[in-house]
Design a protein around this ligand. Structure first.
Ligand code: FAD
Length: 280
């Protein structure tokens, strides 16, 4: 197991566990991945604040273990007072990185919030806390699913970078070209912060298809068709996923990606398998 170059931005994302067993599992996953010396672990935040306390507990546990934790914070349906309180609590626990998002409202929930888009959250964090937080924002190489068109989506993306973001983590993708095009467009637009590719290991194709349809990530036809052939054959899905995702990560790193952010789904095995295959 290698320690990557310290200059590289490697991070691992968890979701806050809902059960006691989930907490115990995550402690093991955290230990397994901490050995890779990541830049940080990030912890998701349920839409509309639904996991607020569990996100907080998970972040504090990680932070106390000695690795940096970056809480996700989504602003949809939140008030300024809510967000201020969350930021202050994190600050008191020595948290200095944050993933700032708009988030998505659960269906049927109406927004009574004071923020409409992530750029307003980034502005608010900067206004309230100055340069205390290193702010990461989300990027969409394959275009955000609700965007009217790619040009407007990019302009909106640039607005939140200009509001004070320090780094970008992208939505996951399997077309490396989409990432390179997006990165080059950032460069041409004067965006010079790191654009870290988000990587989703493949472990379960029904779940992957469902997520990808929701978040607008394209699963290339050849991948869909191959995964469909495996049916319930978990070992073949895992082997194919490891191969495809390793090649994707290697191509990204070989062509200048500043690091990788793994959506671990609270499992260490698939991420470690890819990591061990990579040539640094
Ligand atoms: P925004 O940047 O606000 O963009 C949302 C949409 O609005 C886009 O279509 C954009 O083009 C448009 N837009 C943006 N600004 C403006 C503007 N000023 N005027 C008009 N239109 C505008 N979701 C969660 O609920 N919890 C999480 O923890 C979480 N973590 C994530 C981590 C990463 C790395 C990524 C990539 C996504 C994550 N998501 C999470 C999903 C995310 O919340 C959704 O993709 C959400 O729909 C958009 O959030 P955003 O911050 O990108 O929004």
């Amino acid at each position: 197991m290698t320690n990557k170059n310290k200059a590289d931005l490697f991070s691992f994302e968890f979701y806050p566990p809902k059960t006691e067993q989930g907490v115990v599992n995550l402690q093991k996953v955290h230990r397994d991945l901490a050995r890779l010396n990541p830049d940080f672990f990030s912890v998701t935040f349920g839409a509309g604040g639904s996991t607020r306390d569990k996100t907080y507990d998970t972040v504090v546990n990680i932070q106390q273990s000695g690795v940096s934790a970056a809480p996700h914070l989504s602003c949809v349906a939140s008030t300024k007072e809510n967000i201020r309180e969350i930021l202050n609590n994190y600050r008191e626990h020595g948290v200095s990185k944050i993933v700032a998002l708009r988030g998505d409202l659960p269906s049927g929930m109406m927004s009574a919030g004071e923020f409409r888009f992530a750029n307003e959250l980034v502005e608010f964090i900067r206004a309230e806390t100055g340069n205390h937080f290193q702010i990461h924002v989300a990027g969409y190489p394959e275009v955000h699913p609700q965007a009217d068109n790619a040009v407007e989506d990019f302009n909106n993306f640039k607005r939140k970078v200009d509001a004070g973001a320090d780094a970008v983590i992208t939505q996951y993708f399997y077309n490396a070209e989409a990432y390179f095009y997006f990165r080059d467009k950032c460069e041409k637009s004067g965006i010079d912060i790191p654009i870290v590719p988000g990587i989703m290991p493949i472990t379960n194709y029904a779940q992957l298809f469902r997520f990808s349809d929701m978040c607008g990530a394209d699963i290339p036809r050849w991948m869909r068709k191959t995964l469909e052939c495996f049916g319930d054959d978990k070992a073949s899905i895992m082997a194919f996923g490891e191969d495809v995702v390793t090649k994707l990560c290697q191509e990204l790193l070989d062509n200048g990606a500043p690091g990788l952010h793994f959506y671990t789904m609270n499992q260490s095995g698939p991420t470690l398998a890819v990591w061990d295959n990579l040539q640094f």
